[in-house]
Design a binder for this molecule. Sequence first.
Ligand SMILES: NC(=O)c1ccc[n+]([C@@H]2O[C@H](COP(=O)([O-])OP(=O)(O)OC[C@H]3O[C@@H](n4cnc5c(N)ncnc54)[C@H](OP(=O)(O)O)[C@@H]3O)[C@@H](O)[C@H]2O)c1
Length: 326
Amino acid sequence: MRAVVVEQYAPIDQIGLKEIAVPEPAPGQIRVRVQAASIGFVDGLKVEGRYQTKDPLPFTPGAEFAGVVDAVAGNVAGITQGMRVMGAARSGALAEYIIVPPEAVEVMPDALSMEAGAAFRTNYLTALYALGERGRLRAGEQLLVLGAAGGTGVAAIQIGKLLGARVIAAASTDEKREFARSFGADAVVDYTKSDWRDALKEATGGHGPDVIFDPVGGEVSVQAFRSIAWNGRHVVVGFAAGSIPALPFNLPLLKGGLLIGVDVAQIARREPDAQTRVMAQLSAWLNDGRLVPVVGKVFSLEDFRAAFTTMQTRAALGKMVVRIAE
Ligand SMILES: NC(=O)c1ccc[n+]([C@@H]2O[C@H](COP(=O)([O-])OP(=O)(O)OC[C@H]3O[C@@H](n4cnc5c(N)ncnc54)[C@H](OP(=O)(O)O)[C@@H]3O)[C@@H](O)[C@H]2O)c1
């Protein structure tokens, strides 16, 4: 089978596509013929060996996928050959086949495309856990989404609207702000402008955002917190801008505000009930068609490097997806 193989940690332009053996599932495992895989921020760091945990070499990157179950080894309840599934693994998705335990996948709604299935899990789990469970976003409140045209950002716009909030999207270009509007943002601001807090104040009718979804970090995070409404909740999701901001402690005091961290990688272990609740709500929205995961750009497997570089150069709109097979 064809697979992207990282033999040495290196920038993506030095990583190749190889022909390797199709893996065999051990008893209790399933094999999925991958049709689409999506690229996340963390995948880029892992390829270069810059993530907090290193995958042992050689490895195939890619954590999210959608495809068709191709083999089931031993007794696996609920999963049969030929099922359309979407799932997540630590790595291995940028290949024609992946081996996973059955709990790593869920059955895809019929109406969902393979690309949308591959783009679903991390971003939407993050957005609903962050906004619903941690940020306690309520209908009628105002939500500010930073990095709103990015993968988690656009998911937060859609989830914010489904929770009944008014959504203000912050992004760096006209194209990105238009993209955010097309997925439901009620207002947009250009947070690269020095006076963007004035625009935010106007966009919230002078109230300030009740909840801030923040996958960006850097100075913009501190500026956003300065604008938060009384009793506001600032949810820390990531640091795409590359620097970790330091918040002066007087600001939460003055605002009655909360700074709340989110790490979806830990919730299955630490808060299994929350994970079950969030996944059940997401599945309900997917099945009744109220939620359709946003697919940014789709690349061929031969072109996988471009999927990474588009994301890494701040050029991406939504999640980057690699189509692996028809
Ligand atoms: N905590 C969690 O559980 C969790 C879950 C998923 C992701 N994350 C993290 O969240 C962050 C964002 O993930 P994502 O998938 O949304 O990424 P993404 O699709 O690349 O979007 C990130 C956004 O950040 C903005 N940005 C600002 N400065 C940037 C810079 N120097 N380089 C790149 N982007 C910059 C960009 O929007 P503008 O151009 O409009 O500024 C971009 O659209 C990452 O750090 C990721 O690891 C955390």
